[in-house]
Write a protein that binds this ligand. Structure first.
Ligand code: FAD
Ligand code: FES
Length: 381
């Protein structure tokens, strides 16, 4: 496990400057808590509303981290004692069973009392994932996949030995603008690193990519991150569900699955709004021609005219097509609402949390926005 060694290795802290009276200061002091980080034998003070990870990095502690928004699992820790409030996080990153066992995500855990935590791999049962690295790459190509998705390809000498698993993501920092998570659509070992970046209305980073990014521009890549990667030992049926640019990690997972188990049954569902939002159809059609075990189903949620394609929501299409999916593994990527509704259907079809691997493309809330919290005590609950 690779750790962030500098505060700027992760994104800027979610902090706001607050001016308080002396009385208010006294109250705030009451809500500050001491957290002991067992792995480094250090006690740190965590401010009101601050996450354990944020305070640890501020104190120069080499705490494992990645996305800082509860999406990658790199900061998973065991709460040895005390109680924390939880900020929202991607559920599949910390399944309820792990949470009941006392595990937390340090980036989403705000102390409610003095606490002790450890991030030791044996305490959090973390699998050995490829090490996190940081390097500068350059834009080798930019292509329009649809009216609002660009395919961006990066080149760097480091790609020769940049190890990652199909479905993982990296934090990309363009031109000094705060980093954002984007999933690799290519496989490790390919000469170029491929990303699919959808324009989010009003989005800082995706807006920069769509309006200003040019071939030759430098991009800082930090990764790989994420736990929704392809499990190569699974040979049973695979169902892959993508919404919009969620097709990026799904493309990588499907290609990897076909490389290791060419006869595995694979069902790919791609949710798009309308005809103009469909991309890579030729790619999946070609894969389906050479692999009769692969089925590719695009589904339009907002078809403009009478469309000959499947229409409706992705979750409804899956619910209509299967009566049971026991023994299958599911990979999901795309908008949080799509991931959430599809996970509920998969659960009903018999695909348990341990067989669902999801990346919900959550966007970072504005810095001064208070995120809702839930409470957790050591030992779960
Ligand atoms: C694990 C992971 C993988 C991802 N992979 C991809 C990928 O492969 N391709 C891709 O296109 N995207 C991906 N994303 C999303 C991506 O990281 C960015 O969030 C996205 O591009 C938006 O960034 P931005 O800077 O353009 O928008 P921002 O400037 O961050 O935000 C855009 C707008 O949305 C608002 N907003 C942000 N968060 C919220 C919220 N929670 N509630 C309400 N409003 C909000 C902001 O106020 C702003 O107006 C991924 C996200 C994650 C977590
Ligand atoms: S850094 Fe905490 S989940 Fe990614």
């Amino acid at each position: 496990m690779s750790h962030a060694t500098r505060r700027d290795a992760c994104s800027p802290p979610h902090r706001v400057t607050i001016h308080r009276s002396r009385d208010e200061n006294r109250k705030v002091k009451d809500v500050m808590h001491t957290v002991r980080i067992r792995d480094v034998g250090k006690d740190i003070t965590v401010g009101e509303g601050q996450s354990i990870l944020d305070a640890a990095l501020e104190n120069g502690i080499d705490y494992p981290c990645g996305c800082e928004i509860g999406a990658c699992g790199a900061c998973k820790s065991l709460l040895i004692s005390g109680a924390v409030d939880f900020l929202p996080y991607t559920k599949s990153v910390l399944p309820q069973a792990e949470r009941d066992g006392g595990l937390i995500l340090a980036c989403c855990a705000v102390p409610r009392s003095d606490c002790e935590v450890t991030f030791a791999a044996e305490a959090v049962h973390q699998e050995a994932l490829p090490p996190v690295r940081e390097f500068i790459a350059h834009v080798a190509g930019i292509e329009d996949a649809t009216h609002d998705i660009k395919i961006v390809r990066l080149v760097a000498p480091e790609l020769a030995d940049f190890t990652f698993l199909a479905g993982q993501f990296a934090t990309l920092t363009f031109d000094g603008i705060g980093g954002r998570e984007y999933s690799m659509a290519s496989l490790a070992g390919a000469p170029l690193l491929e990303f699919h970046i959808r324009r989010v209305p009003g989005g800082r980073v995706s807006g920069h990519v769509h309006d200003r990014l040019r071939v030759g521009d430098a991009v800082t890549v930090r990764g790989p991150l994420g736990t929704a990667y392809h499990r190569a030992d699974h040979q049973g049926p695979l169902i892959a569900l993508a919404g919009g640019s969620g097709l990026a990690p799904i493309k990588a997972i499907v290609e990897r699955a076909l490389a290791v188990h060419p006869d595995q049954r694979i069902d790919v569902y791609f949710g798009a709004r309308d005809e103009a939002d469909i991309y890579l159809e030729d790619h999946f059609a070609a894969l389906a021609r050479t692999h009769t075990n692969l089925r590719y189903v695009p589904v339009l949620s907002e078809p403009g005219d009478a469309s000959p394609r499947r229409t409706g929501f992705l979750a409804d299409a899956v619910a209509a097509d299967f009566t049971a999916l026991d023994g299958a593994k599911a990979y999901l990527a795309g908008p949080p609402i799509m991931v959430e509704t599809c996970e509920a259907v998969l659960e009903r079809l018999g695909v348990g949390p341990g067989d669902r691997h999801a990346d919900a493309f959550v966007t970072r809330p504005p810095r001064d926005e208070k995120r809702p919290v839930q409470t957790q005590r050591a030992g779960g609950g």
